[in-house]
Design a protein around this ligand. Structure first.
Ligand SMILES: [Zn+2]
Length: 433
């Protein structure tokens, strides 16, 4: 046992060397089940999962025979669950901001896109992102990553589940990540085809995107409520969730009428709609990062001052809705939309968390959206995101004050992922993955 604060690599080495259950005593423990924090707490885990987390010392049957002291006493450290980015497009290069190069990337073969996505997996884990929920691609990249995760030769990678190709209407928004429902006779047949492809959930494009020049969603929704209802009904018959791209008040209204599982983006959601999605236990994934990027770098697209005013108003409104949603008790889940223009994988998610904090949530509230807030609701195939018995052993240890400021997640940390331990220092590149 050591009371001094070990170096990052020494801490990682010690954790790797422990055989059998590992007993940690930490200054603060954020278990992810809520936004509250335990001080001077004990955590016992092994490669198979979390055994114990509490302010009381663990019972003898959960630690090694004869052990009387923790393996590590880390009074300056915080333990928190690994982070889940609940909206990613790993086939896209978010860090590539040149629009011509972005288009060229979309023309790469599926093998090349998959190789690019795979090259990021280990680094995502090192950053503390131990799970991602993919949000759609046409070339089955997400499904290939999901299969790799579920195989016994996956290597070091986050948990991944994927919807395969998103579903849109012919000639409407989203053809870079979706296949049209017109390929099949009915929503039910479309859903059955996606599930046959291996989809873990069904991604629908209920609307287009924001028209930034007008500062509003100007196109009418792609999918009327009755169509969404048909998709939700068909998905539920297969036991599958629906995740629905949606912005604009009319589109949100359709999603509420259809009681989809998750509303992705949800720009222009109103106060009554927030109360409704709370009552219906629907989930909101706000994805600030892609819109904030446009405001931070108007020169890349060539946005005028007028468009920047629109962007600022949209983000301010979204921030106001986020704070109200938190007050109302809406289930908010963090997702970056990484792969979108300017939103890098990994670091883009840390940026998303910073934006949620800047919008007015406290750091623990933000961390809850990135950890345990989705554990019972999001239909993940495994239990993670919380430090409680039965959950996977996937957590971060850091001496950074992440509970006061989520931007400290960029700093030094050790990431434990089942049997694997990695240390990430401050000197890591801050660029894209
Ligand atoms: Zn997306």
């Amino acid at each position: 046992m050591s009371d001094s604060s070990p170096s990052l690599t020494a801490l990682a080495d010690t954790l790797r060397d422990i055989v059998g259950p590992c007993w940690l005593r930490v200054g603060r423990l954020f278990d992810g089940t809520s936004s509250s924090v335990l001080t001077d707490a004990h955590l016992v885990c092994d490669a198979d999962g979390i055994r114990y987390a509490s302010t009381d010392a663990p019972p003898a049957n959960l630690i090694r025979l004869g052990q009387t002291q923790p393996d590590l006493h880390l009074p300056d450290h915080t333990a928190l669950p690994g982070l889940t980015d609940s909206h990613t497009h790993l086939f896209l290069e978010g860090g590539e901001t040149d629009t011509a190069k972005r288009s060229a990337h979309l023309k790469l073969s599926a093998e090349e896109q998959l190789a690019a996505a795979e090259s990021r997996l280990e680094r995502l884990v090192a950053l503390g992102i131990t799970a991602v929920r993919e949000a759609g691609d046409k070339a089955a990249i997400g499904l290939a990553l999901q299969s790799r995760y579920r195989s016994d030769r996956r290597g070091i990678m986050p948990y991944v589940d994927a919807p395969g190709a998103a579903i849109n209407h012919q000639k409407r928004y989203g053809s870079f990540m979706a296949r049209p429902m017109e390929e099949f006779d009915s929503p039910a047949a479309t859903v059955a085809a996606r599930i046959n492809d291996g989809a873990h959930r069904i991604k629908l494009l209920a609307t287009g995107i924001i028209n930034f020049e007008k500062g509003a969603v100007t196109a009418k929704p792609q999918m009327p409520a009755e169509e969404l209802i048909a998709f939700v009904t068909a998905s539920r018959e297969h036991g599958k969730h629906t995740m629905v791209h949606c912005s604009g008040n009319d589109g949100v209204a359709n999603c509420i009428e259809a009681q989809v599982d998750t509303i992705e983006h949800g720009f222009f959601i109103d106060d009554q709609q927030l109360a409704r999605i709370r009552d219906l236990d629907m989930v909101w994934v706000p994805t600030f990062a892609p819109v904030q990027f446009q405001l931070d770098h108007p020169e890349i697209i060539g946005w005028s001052n007028e468009v920047c005013d629109h962007l600022r108003r949209i983000i301010d409104g979204h921030a106001r809705s986020l704070v109200l949603a938190q007050e109302l008790g809406v289930r908010i889940i963090a997702g970056s939309d990484s792969g979108s223009h300017g939103v890098t994988h990994g670091w883009g998610f840390l940026r998303e968390l910073e934006l949620m904090q800047a919008a007015g949530l406290s750091a623990p509230q933000v961390l809850h959206t990135a950890t345990g807030a989705g554990v019972e609701r999001m239909d993940y195939a495994e239990k993670f995101g919380v430090l409680s018995p039965g959950a996977k052993s996937r957590f971060l240890l850091t001496d950074q004050d992440v509970l006061s400021d989520v931007s400290r997640l960029r700093g030094d940390k050790v990431v434990v992922f089942d049997r694997h331990v990695t240390a990430q220092g401050d000197n890591e590149t801050q660029g894209g993955l």
